[in-house]
Ligand binder design. Structure first.
Ligand code: GLN
Length: 247
């Protein structure tokens, strides 16, 4: 099966190897006989209607977010339509913040968001940096990664977090939650990149994208020998346990 991915702003929003998430999805798809076809969708590019099974966006400094925010907001209708049509979305840090209603940066400048996720973000003065461990009860799994953000993300009451913070700061360093999940849309602060050390989430994202591609249910993907990935998860979780969530 071809899995069509729209990679939003690969030339602006890509820090902490966020681009690596695409490489992981491509390999894990290929090991199951599927092919990831990736289009870069950047400034002035249209999000072709119904063209993508998955939209992906990485993180970025305030400067890069300020450069793309208005252009992304202009794509909001097409992004909403893609999601309403069943496409999956994975958004990391700066990209995650711009899926909310707005991001107010450290200078108080309010960048428009797409309003896809029920949340908004306000930058604080101290950055929240370090390793993170999450408990994702909805999947019965944990996620491990790295965070570095000034933004404090506040979820609306209707919003569901991606996970409970076991170690780390998470969305705002207070709520005890991290990220946001709405159907096939996932937003998170976790860099690293995220997916090499969390193969279950990579497979979850692939299964959602395949469900859109086939018009069916998310398939049960054939298990892979993920020893190395599990080890990487263990190392990241250990670091989070040792020092996550401390200024
Ligand atoms: N610039 C945003 C912040 O500082 C996002 C940073 C990032 O993507 N790592 O919160």
């Amino acid at each position: 099966m071809k899995i069509r991915v729209g990679h939003l702003y690969p030339d602006y929003l890509n820090i902490y190897a966020d681009r690596g998430n695409i490489a992981v999805l491509a390999r894990r798809a290929a090991w199951r006989g599927h092919e990831l076809v990736v289009d870069g969708v950047s400034m002035g590019d249209a999000v072709q209607r119904r063209a993508y099974d998955l939209l992906y966006v990485g993180g970025g400094q305030d400067r890069e977010q300020a450069l793309v925010a208005v252009d992304l907001a202009a794509k909001a209708d097409a992004v909403h339509e893609a999601v309403a049509g069943g496409a999956a979305v994975l958004a990391v840090c700066g990209g995650y913040q711009l899926l909310g209603s707005y991001y107010r940066d450290r200078d108080g400048v309010e960048l428009p968001g797409t309003g896809l996720l029920p949340l908004h973000t306000i930058a604080g003065q101290r950055r929240m940096i370090g390793d993170v461990l999450l408990d994702c009860q909805w999947a019965g799994r944990t996620l491990a990664g790295f965070e570095n953000h000034a933004g404090r993300t506040l979820l609306d009451d209707v919003a569901a977090p991606l996970g409970r913070v076991v170690h780390g700061f998470g969305n705002d360093g207070e709520s005890g939650f991290e990220g946001c999940r709405a159907g096939r849309v996932i937003g998170t602060y976790l860099h690293g990149p995220l997916l090499p050390r969390n193969p279950w989430l990579a497979d979850w994202v692939l299964a959602q994208a395949l469900a859109h591609a086939t018009g069916g249910e998310p398939p049960e993907l054939e298990p892979l020998p993920d020893e190395l990935e599990r080890e990487a998860h263990g190392v990241a979780a250990g670091r989070a346990r040792a020092r996550g969530g401390r200024f």
